[in-house]
Write a protein that binds this ligand. Structure first.
Ligand code: ZN
Ligand code: ZN
Length: 427
């Protein structure tokens, strides 16, 4: 997509300040000889060629650090002098907005020079969008951002109104990328039978995942007194959505006139003869793909922890990925649930690198560290999946269950409480 190109272009044109000149870049990049100067061009070309491939260029100029401003810049001002007048210079923070700010280089003789702490996207600092996105996928909202900034001795984060604007923008961008991923998945589906997860009628779209997630949550919450009931309710949603007029599978659904299941309702009202399914059932491909996830999700060990209502965190399935993003799905706003469902669907399909595409669509440049992280996370995911497949033998399963119910379990549960969906950013 040409998105990145536009953004870089906008950034260059909107930042016509002296301090963003090419010269300055060279001052910061002493090792410019080692840089591949054709890098940006190559990336741009690559993007042009694979327009729909969600490739995100690596920008080697993007490197963030946390630093103690006063210590670092006091030290620097003790070492440097103004190039124009040879006076002492000192550094101050100004134009703060959230995590973004400008460094004012002050000289007694000359006008101050301003350096942006991060690139701009339009009129906003890139770092704020980036931070909000990352906190969001870690399961934290504005309160979480504030807590992080406060305890890290960083300035107060954005106000609700600004935060909401950025979230709205984020939602639109995530939506665009998700659509691309779904289209791509649908195209791939035509090519190979192996990748057959998403897109189109009866397919697994963000919207449907969103729905299934809410149902899963409800199944847990409404039946949190019994594993048996929870499991039944979870499978009910699976079979309910597999049902067609020819092959209704509503045995697990709640019976009676009050049922959420229209088929069961029709049974109770003796109207089954005229009953027609009003929704598209999931295709066999999708059912096949999500069955193992439902198997995982309805395991005793997992449900055991849900007794009493608290949710377990496991990165493996997209449903659980959603839990991490919107721990309290039912309490979250619909925008948040949609964002979560879209991101989860994309990460499930494309791996961690989908985050790069999301951030990139928000106008954010991604550096080497972000690229490396995603590459490693995806590699790890594949290795884990392979390992899991190997451990799928019966003996291994028994062994695993024994291990799970021992001390590991306690440690894991504690970890979940601390780092998992149990984190409550309203606290
Ligand atoms: Zn000067
Ligand atoms: Zn049903």
């Amino acid at each position: 997509m040409g998105n990145n190109k536009i953004n870089r272009f906008t950034r260059n044109t909107t930042n016509s300040r002296k301090d963003r000149s090419r010269k300055r870049k060279h001052i910061f990049y002493r090792k410019s000889g080692e840089r591949n100067s054709s890098n940006n061009n190559t990336s741009a070309k690559k993007i042009k060629q694979h327009d729909e491939d969600l490739n995100v260029p690596q920008d080697d100029h993007t490197v963030y650090r946390l630093l103690n401003f006063i210590t670092v810049f006091t030290a620097i001002s003790n070492l440097v002098k103004c190039k124009k007048c040879n006076c002492d210079v000192n550094f101050q923070i100004c134009s703060e907005r959230g995590l973004g700010f400008k460094i004012a280089v002050m000289c007694n003789e000359c006008q101050p020079t301003y350096i942006n702490s991060s690139p701009f996207i339009g009129h906003t600092y890139e770092i704020n969008r980036r931070f909000i996105y990352v906190m969001r996928i870690l399961g934290l909202g504005l309160e979480g951002c504030k807590k992080f900034c406060g305890l890290m001795d960083m300035p107060a984060f954005l106000v609700q109104k600004t935060y909401d604007i950025i979230v709205k923008n984020m939602s639109a961008c995530v939506n665009t990328v998700a659509k691309k991923v779904f289209v791509k998945a649908a195209k791939e589906e035509k090519k190979t039978i192996k990748r057959k997860i998403l897109g189109g009628k009866g397919k697994l779209t963000g919207k449907l995942i969103d729905k299934l997630t809410v149902y899963y949550g409800l199944a847990i919450r409404r039946n949190c007194e019994s594993i048996e009931k929870m499991r039944n309710a979870i499978w009910a949603t699976f079979y309910h959505y597999s049902s067609t007029d020819q092959n209704p599978q509503h045995d697990h659904c709640l019976s009676g006139e009050e049922s959420w299941c229209k088929w069961q309702k029709a049974v109770a009202n003796n109207e089954l003869n005229s009953f027609k399914h009003t929704y598209d059932s999931l295709s066999n491909d999708v059912l096949q793909a999500i069955r193992p996830i439902y198997d995982d999700l309805s395991k005793d060990a997992l449900l055991d922890r849900c007794i009493g209502g608290f949710n377990q965190n496991n990165n493996e399935s997209y449903n659980q990925l959603i839990w991490i993003i919107t721990r309290k799905t039912l309490a979250s706003s619909s925008t948040m649930v949609t964002i979560a469902a879209n991101i989860s669907a994309c990460v499930f399909n494309e791996g961690c690198s989908a985050h790069l595409a999301m951030l990139n669509s928000m106008g954010i440049t991604l550096g080497q560290n972000a690229h490396n992280y995603c590459r490693q996370a995806d590699e790890k995911r594949i290795t884990e999946a392979e390992r899991r497949a190997q451990l799928a033998t019966r003996e291994a399963r028994i062994l695993r269950r024994q291990q799970q119910s021992s001390t590991l379990d306690v440690a894991e549960a504690a970890e979940d409480l601390l780092y998992g969906p149990g984190i409550d950013d309203s606290v």
